[in-house]
Ligand binder design. Structure first.
Ligand SMILES: Nc1nc2c(ncn2[C@@H]2O[C@H](COP(=O)(O)OP(=O)(O)OP(=O)(O)O)[C@@H](O)[C@H]2O)c(=O)[nH]1
Ligand SMILES: [Mg+2]
Length: 701
């Protein structure tokens, strides 16, 4: 495959609610573009991007997958993202590297919960977007209704660039509002121009007028022209539409059916003509050092800049080994180049570069600025790392994933399973930054935490099918945390004299509470040398080690600041080990006085129910310590929104089934941590003691 100039690359993250048709759309676009001879279908398990066995079996995308089309001299890279609540956070790294989001909306349901969620993600990454209203071949689909829900949900100019001709089974063509042409499509999705239809003429004219207004509003000179002539010349319209899209002032909408291939060729044409290319970004910002401190530096999307790339995905392929996928942000790169992993300070030899087509990797010789490519078998590189020219280092910040929402204890079924589990889980974790694995130091239980029950179940499935490890899944655990509520000053002193060389470390520190979600902060305020510089990090390490198992019920202690203010040392007996021990002692001393408390996760819950049950639903949520925050209609269903502690939601599905006669559904996502009420804390502490999570903390030997 040849390499493409940056202006001829489009990177699209395909996002939206589960089941909207993202995977089918990508597969169909590849077919219409002539990239795949065989037209892959979700229903047949043959799409390019849902190639993993569990994806095929469930007909659900579980993680991001990649494909590309070469169309009109342009390389269009697609990142197909998952839409189900349990997997939707993977859209984040996809949006981080995409230059445009392709928001897929179900033509029957309109905007849904995860459409909103991913739209917010796209806002966070300041991403321009295209919208597709899909499934217009289906009964009860309604382009106008979907568009209405979109303009209602999102405050920006959402304007159709194509309008449907015919509805449901008769949806056979589209009108290209921009170029004022109409098309029908054959069974291969090939467009044939037809006469502009008479019906719907008024909608077409209003829409086109709206487009011209948007272009006029974007520029004073154009505005004057528009006022003078009442319209604008075509040559002013097209480039300015592209600019308005790139500036997120306009979101074009397309009427399509991924199943009947109607409208797709025009969508491809418009992606080439109007979607921003990588160089549309002004610059990407990073830091010189991997502690992400100090001045920000930047790189432009230009071949003349030093090489830098952001690694946004690691795939643990059972055959190829570890695959890393990255976007070239600046400069370009050739195969076998040696580059620096600046996030980990290690050199990496890249080996062959590859373009990605689902599960297939095709060797390429070089990758230009802005392109998305894969390499295999790097030593250390993982999702979130930066690869850079060693002489001109830059480190880009990692994309953050939401906190885990639920935790399960898993138990290996046999001795053999126990031996294999760590290696297998390590590979699964590499692929999935939304998954966490811990071994509870007290109970020795294996704890898997992730974004929902379905998420954890797929991991258990993967352990079994791919790695032949059988585990039992225990009931979910609530990932409580701990924090402090008082500011205290303490001393931690570690001294041991047992013949020969002794141990000595001594520190004075202040512990202060921080706001929820702010994490840990370490401040070194020692003036002079009461503790030598090289031992100070050991104090911090000791404190963090102790904080990992908390002070109340064995849960991690979070959101606190520690300031190192003084200490003392011994020229012979002091070493790193002694200062770590001093840090741990300081932590214990602080916990005596700083009033540690438990925190519990609160979930954003949305319950979908036929209207007649909404009163009962709200009553029940209240009894679960929930706070109902709003009600909405979505289609024919009532949506009840509430914030509810996770511990109250573990048995919710069965309750919902009984209240709504199995006609309701719900989903939830982590929102934030709140203090656990005192009357409930006692129970959690008792359980922790009973399970062996907390033991009296042994004295330092
Ligand atoms: N009738 C009709 N069905 C469609 C269309 N596009 C997709 N589907 C069907 O909708 C279902 C879901 O399609 P997918 O492509 O897997 O949806 P998705 O958005 O990728 O779903 P997740 O990956 O789970 O988020 C499948 O059964 C598709 O065959 C369409 O244009 N018309
Ligand atoms: Mg999918």
């Amino acid at each position: 495959m040849k390499s493409f100039a940056t202006e001829n690359i489009r990177n699209l993250a395909v996002i939206g609610h589960g089941d909207a048709g993202k995977t089918q759309l990508v597969s169909s676009l590849l077919h219409v573009a002539g990239t795949t001879h065989r037209w892959g279908k979700v229903e047949e398990g043959t799409t390019v991007t849902d190639y993993e066995e569990d994806s095929i079996a469930r007909k659900v995308s579980l993680n991001n997958n990649y494909a590309h089309a070469e169309y009109k001299e342009t390389k269009i890279n697609f990142i197909d993202t998952p839409g189900y609540a349990a997997f939707v956070s993977h859209a984040r790294p996809a949006l981080r590297v995409a230059d445009c989001a392709l928001v897929v909306v179900d033509g029957v349901h309109g905007i849904e919960v995860q459409t909103e969620k991913t739209w917010q993600y796209a806002n966070e990454f300041l991403l321009p977007r295209f919208m597709v209203v899909n499934k217009l071949d289906k009964e009860h689909s309604d382009f106008g209704h979907a568009l209405e829900t979109a303009t209602h949900s999102f405050a920006r100019s959402i304007v159709p660039f194509t309008l449907p001709i015919g509805t449901e089974a008769n949806f056979k063509g589209v009108v290209d509002v921009v170029h004022q042409k109409a098309y029908e499509f054959d069974e291969h999705g090939k467009a044939k121009e037809i006469a502009m239809p008479e019906s719907g003429r008024d909608i077409f004219e209003r829409t086109r007028e709206r487009l011209i207004e948007i272009v006029a509003e974007s520029d004073d000179e154009l505005m004057e022209k528009y006022f003078a002539d009442g319209t604008l010349p075509e040559e002013d319209i097209y480039p300015n539409l592209a600019k308005a899209i790139a500036a997120s002032k306009l979101c074009p909408v397309y009427a399509v059916s991924a199943n009947s291939l109607v409208g797709l060729q025009i969508l491809l044409d418009h992606i080439v003509e109007f979607a921003p290319n990588p160089a549309t970004h002004e610059a990407e910002y990073g830091f010189v050092d991997n502690d992400l401190q100090g001045d920000r530096i930047s790189r432009k999307y230009s071949a003349n800049e030093p090489f830098s790339a952001y690694v946004f995905r690691t795939i643990a392929d059972p055959f190829a080994g570890r695959i890393n996928v990255f976007k070239v942000i600046s400069g370009k790169v050739v195969s076998d180049a040696t580059v620096q992993n600046t996030a980990r300070d290690s050199a990496e030899r890249l080996g062959a570069l590859h373009a990605i087509q689902g599960k297939t990797l095709d060797k390429i010789n070089e990758a230009s600025t802005g392109d998305i490519v894969a390499v295999v078998k790097l030593k250390d590189t993982q999702t979130g790392d930066t690869l850079s020219d060693k002489a001109k280092p830059i480190v880009y910040p990692k994309v953050e994933y939401p906190e885990a929402a639920i935790a399960f204890a898993i138990e290996p079924k046999s001795r053999a399973d126990e031996e294999k589990i760590s290696v297998a889980l390590h590979k699964i974790l590499e692929e999935d930054p939304s998954l966490h694995f811990d071994r509870d130091p007290q109970t020795k239980e294996f704890i898997l935490s992730g974004s929902g029950q379905l998420h954890i179940e797929t991991v258990v499935g993967k352990l079994r099918d791919r790695y032949h490890v059988e585990v039992t899944l225990h009931p979910p655990k609530v990932p409580y945390k701990e924090t402090i509520t008082q500011t205290v000053e303490v001393q931690g002193r570690h001294k041991k004299q047992s013949g020969g060389r002794g141990q000595f470390g001594d520190c004075k520190v202040i512990f202060e509470p921080k706001q929820r979600g702010e994490g840990f902060e370490w401040v070194d305020k020692i003036f002079g040398g009461s503790i030598p510089q090289n031992f100070r990090p050991a104090v911090e390490k000791g404190i963090l080690e102790a904080a990992a198992t908390g002070a109340v019920a064995g849960y991690p202690l979070v959101d606190f600041k520690v300031t190192l203010i003084d200490g003392s040392y011994h020229t012979v007996d002091s070493d790193e080990h002694s200062f770590k021990a001093a840090g741990r002692k300081a932590f214990r001393a602080a916990m005596e006085k700083a009033r540690p408390t438990l925190l519990e996760p609160i979930m954003d819950v949305e319950v979908f129910t036929p209207q007649e049950f909404s009163g009962d639903i709200m009553g029940d949520l209240n009894s679960r310590r929930g706070r109902v925050s709003g009600m909405d209609m979505r289609g024919k269903q009532q949506v009840v929104k509430a914030k509810v502690p996770l511990s109250e939601m573990l048995d919710y599905q069965s309750k919902l089934n009984s209240v709504t006669q199995a006609r309701g559904s719900y989903h939830m996502q982590f929102s934030h941590y709140d203090p656990l009420p005192h009357n409930l804390a006692d129970k959690v502490i008792q359980e922790a003691v009973a399970s062996g999570r907390v033991r009296a903390h042994e004295e330092e030997e």
